[in-house]
Unconditional design. Sequence first.
Length: 453
Amino acid sequence: MMAKQQDRSQHSLFFSLESTLNHKHPLFILANKIDWEMFEREFSPLYCPDNGRLAKPVRLMVGLLILKHVRNLSDESVVEQWSENNYYQYFCGEQEFQPRVPCEASELVHFRHRIGKEGVELIFRESIRINGKDSNDKDVYIDTTVQEKNITFPTDDKLTKKIIKRCRKIADRNDLELRRSYRRILKKLSYDQRFRNHPRNKGKARRADKKVRTIAGRLVREVERKLGSRVDDYRDELDLYKRVLAQKKKDKNKIYSLHEVDVQCISKGKEHKLYEFGNKVSITRTGSGVIVGALSFRNEFDGHTLDKAIEQVEKMTDRKPRNGICDRGYRGRSKVRDTLIHIPKSFTKALSTYRKNKERKYFRKRAGIEPVIGHLKEDHRLSRNYYKGITGDEINVMLAAAGFNFKRMMNKWKSSFWLFLEKIFLFLNRQLYPIRDSIILQTRKKMGFLRLD
């Protein structure tokens, strides 16, 4: 049930956050720039008006999501730090210090599920609006990267052993008596699988892999047979196990994780990391440095992502970009909707010198999107996605982009504040120099260092 919005204009007689905090702090400024009423208006219909437990305030939950990706925190950490940080509490709408956690960390999970992809788009759009005119450039720069999923590096042996453990759990849950548990033989086979790269151990390790796979298939069939009429409750799970055990090395659409079946294996050609397991992400940036597009795909050709990327930019900014500058991975596209696509290529003799220099300037500036992607991964939780499913992929990339945009404006306000202090310091110095010199002169005269004529 949606709680009634409290009147937060009433301040405490003894202690008020607004009166004690630094009004030049970037978080304080950001808290007063965001349109919180818009979130209240859009998210209130998602709650039942007269049934259920009272919900947490919308501003609190949206503020925690923003803080999480601005500060690169987990759900548990942002909830814990909220109870210790006055600026976090003011940002989320509190007027008095609250010495307690605002909610359980799991409530952030439920709130993300409640607002869905459309609600996160509103947060992303608000982050673009906060950046003002910098988001209205006519030229946009587009690139793709990989958002890795929170899974272990997949191997056939890991997947097979997980299937064995899960079959045992199904048997224990339904009181099924298996013919064998295979615990001792699996432990012996694990010894045989070690040091498989040594020439003498390759054959032994390969035979052990085959034996473990045989045991896994045997357990899947036995559990399916003994479940009887209850097998329909586990049909999807058992079919997934069979598909994993049947897949070969060069098959397409392979399963790389039992709990994240939609993970893709993407070859990036990096020397230190040949393959990345997750999904493809498209990032669109203006020349001023604002991210105006962030979309999640599976593993599509870069050129096929342009239509949805440009469509999202038009939706987020209410403007049609004139030029889209991409790298050679997008070859084959020259125009998308009303946007001209520029891709590096050999210049023809018919092209004027002015146009050549213009194109070169575009492509040099396009390289600026690479450090932006690096900041998204290292500072805003894009490097490893902890959200579940395809919806989690879509939500994480937009929240990371929103966190980047909010942090960009906070850095601008921070730098302008320090420039303001520097100007004040220089002004005071200029005013104090004559006074200081006169004081030094009088002191030297009194002490006899200067002779009075």
